[in-house]
Design a protein around this ligand. Structure first.
Ligand code: ATP
Ligand code: MG
Length: 417
């Protein structure tokens, strides 16, 4: 018989992590829904063209996309991110603005799998369409900061930059191209290849041989239009007014071509190596128009769930939630009592489990322990005939015998509810 394991870059998320993932998404939903964001669930694959708008010169599109022709001859791709899908949805449904949505779910990128970098990875994120007020930029950033705070993360650093408007960006690209071209031979082979396609991406190179040239490169700040520059100043003042700390990093370019003006990234100081970025985002004022919609500003962020949980591990915060089973039924009469007790307690909203196959009392108590139950309900032949049950506290082992028909009340009491 052949045996199978998960494909490279994919994982099974099993207990206790799966529950932790869910509460991660729940905490996120709580934070953003309290700020007026509505849930959106875009499809996991779409017309390839939607994602090509992300930027035909980016690694995500040129190297990492899971695209293929389906059996109907359509060229589709598994989504590598969700911002493009949200913008496509905006164009398709034309909702009233501001349109504030949040999402959670997997994305797919053909990357070299390693710790913190997977081919299927999860993100949570928000997008706001239709507003170009710098107050919003600060509010969106503050939401991510608040979410990290709720997780209990402390070592998160916010870097901020402005990429200007599209004219500024093109001008800056030309200046950069000139700078790097004069020192072309000193660049790494990767950066030489990137240079022609997208000079801004060279700034993102982590290769040591590029470091000096990058440090000496011209600055985006000098190319910003007056409008983009004052927007950037306003975002910074709003962040400062809201007590959100940040550093301006004018080398921050980020991986997607569609960013305009405000861009930002969150780095975990508790992680090491090449995967310290736990989230990022920015403005993408041209994307909706690129997808065939009206000229509409947009801003959002995406936070990597997998990596953020690694940061939580490193800081010892946001552990797996407690087991939902609070009561375990130990039935020494052959198992027929356990079914009825489970139904009754579960109906009353009390997490309850049981054993099967008429196992020994000792084995059932062991299962109760493993299930993380706080109470065991023990029913033997004596209890059955007397219409009673024993409630045993797992920790400490104290016991009380109660009337079977008042079991729910007594269990509630014993659980302190
Ligand atoms: P990186 O530079 O690490 O490749 P990115 O710029 O490609 O990140 P974004 O597209 O901005 O990442 O996605 C936002 C967040 O999603 C990242 O900060 C990261 O936490 C997470 N992320 C991106 N790609 C992966 C991946 N392959 N595996 C796990 N998490 C990822
Ligand atoms: Mg990447």
């Amino acid at each position: 018989m052949p045996s199978f394991a998960t494909s490279p870059g994919t994982r099974d998320i099993i207990a206790p992590d799966a529950a932790r993932w869910r509460s991660f998404q729940q905490v996120f939903a709580d934070v953003v829904e309290a700020a007026g964001f509505a849930h959106i669930i875009p499809p996991m694959f779409e017309d390839l063209g939607v994602f090509l708008r992300v930027g035909e010169t980016t690694e995500i599109v040129t190297k990492e996309m899971y695209d293929f022709e389906d059996k109907g001859g359509r060229r589709v791709a598994l989504r590598p991110e969700q911002t493009a899908s949200v913008c496509r949805a905006f164009v398709e449904h034309r909702p009233v603005t501001p349109w504030k949505v949040w999402y959670a779910g997997p994305n797919f990128r053909y990357e070299k799998p390693q710790q913190g970098r997977y081919r299927q990875f999860d993100q949570v994120g928000v997008e706001v369409l239709g507003v170009d007020d710098p107050q919003l930029d600060a509010e969106v950033i503050a939401l991510a900061v608040e979410f990290y705070r709720r997780l209990g993360l402390r070592g998160v650093q916010l870097s901020l930059n402005s990429l200007g408007d599209s004219g500024d960006r093109d001008r800056y690209a030309a200046v950069l191209l000139a700078h790097f071209s004069t020192h072309r031979d000193a660049l790494s082979a990767e950066s030489r290849a990137t240079l022609e396609r997208n000079p801004l991406r060279v700034l993102d190179s982590k290769r040591p041989e590029d470091a000096a040239l990058i440090a000496a490169a011209p600055r985006m700040a000098d190319q910003l239009s007056e409008a983009a520059a004052s927007h950037f100043v306003a975002v910074q003042s709003a962040l400062l007014a809201g007590g959100v700390g940040f550093v301006v990093n004018d080398r921050l370019v980020r991986g997607l071509d569609y960013y305009r003006r405000t861009t930002f990234e969150f780095v975990s100081t508790s992680l090491v190596a090449a995967h310290t970025a736990i989230g990022g985002g920015g403005r993408y004022d041209g994307l909706v128009a690129e997808l065939g919609g009206p000229d509409t500003p947009g801003i959002g962020f995406a936070l990597g769930l997998d990596r953020t949980l690694l940061a939580c591990d490193a800081e010892g915060v946001f552990g797996a939630p407690a087991a939902r089973v609070e009561v375990f039924v130990v039935d020494a009469t052959g198992g027929s009592e356990a079914g009825a007790v489970c139904t009754e307690l579960r109906r009353a909203g009390i997490g309850t489990d049981r054993a099967y196959d008429d196992r020994s009392m000792k084995a059932q108590m062991k299962s109760a322990d493993r299930a993380g139950a706080r109470l065991a309900i023990i029913i033997g032949d004596d209890e059955r005939s007397a219409k009673t049950a024993i409630i045993r506290t797992m920790e400490g082992g104290s016991q009380q015998t109660v009337q079977r028909d008042a079991l729910v009340t007594h269990v509630r009491q014993a659980l302190g509810r």
